[in-house]
Ligand binder design. Structure first.
Ligand code: IMP
Ligand code: MG
Length: 181
């Protein structure tokens, strides 16, 4: 697995510190409010698991499955909801937890969709963002790291469903996906 990684972009320790900082900000911002974290599967799994433990408040969790990607490294642009929230989120303060904002299409769609469910507020917390790739503006309150336009894997992020279990964020060698159309 490691042989497919060109370089480590964000080390395990850097992720840990950033997640702690985001958790502390959210703890301050949501004191006294009914909070629900909604993780987008599967990419947010590592981030969600670590982030919720850095938030020192009572909270709810739920998950949604959205897809705009096949096994490719470019977005199809179409967002589908494959699994909706199970919880009744009316009146709640929602934070959507995501691995990365790329074109912005997924989070734009999901945020609008959740807002239509009459919650009190909807904010976005994404570990990574690639600002240079944005096609639709997304107003994300919490961003861990802004990264350049390189395809990254690890800490939940995949290429063709692999590499999610790497403990750091690494740049995949382009040879890995160019020989695997
Ligand atoms: P968007 O709708 O274009 O913003 O796409 C967001 C989704 O694309 C993320 O949830 C990821 O699943 C996927 N994605 C975008 N960039 C990367 C990357 O560099 N590595 C792995 N997945 C990515
Ligand atoms: Mg994803």
């Amino acid at each position: 697995m490691e042989k497919d990684i060109g370089k480590v972009l964000i080390a395990e320790q850097q992720i840990k510190e950033k997640v702690k900082e985001l958790g502390q900000r959210i703890t301050k911002d949501y004191e006294g409010k009914s909070l629900i974290l909604i993780g987008l599967l599967k990419g947010s799994v590592c981030f969600m698991a670590d982030l919720m433990r850095e938030i020192n408040l009572p909270l709810y969790t739920d998950y949604m499955v959205a897809s705009s990607y096949g096994n490719d490294t470019v977005s199809s642009g179409i967002v589908n909801i494959k699994k909706d929230v199970s919880a009744d989120i009316r009146g709640m303060h929602v934070i959507i937890v995501e691995d990365i904002i790329d074109s912005g299409r997924t989070l734009h769609y999901m945020a609008e969709y959740l807002k239509s469910k009459k919650c009190s507020s909807v904010e976005i917390c994404s570990l990574l963002s690639k600002p240079s790739r944005r096609e639709i503006e997304v107003d994300a309150k919490y961003i861990g790291f802004e990264i350049p336009d390189e395809f990254v894997v690890g800490y939940g992020l995949d290429y063709a469903e692999k590499y999610r279990n790497l403990p750091y964020i690494g740049v995949l060698k382009p040879s890995v996906y160019s020989k695997n159309p």
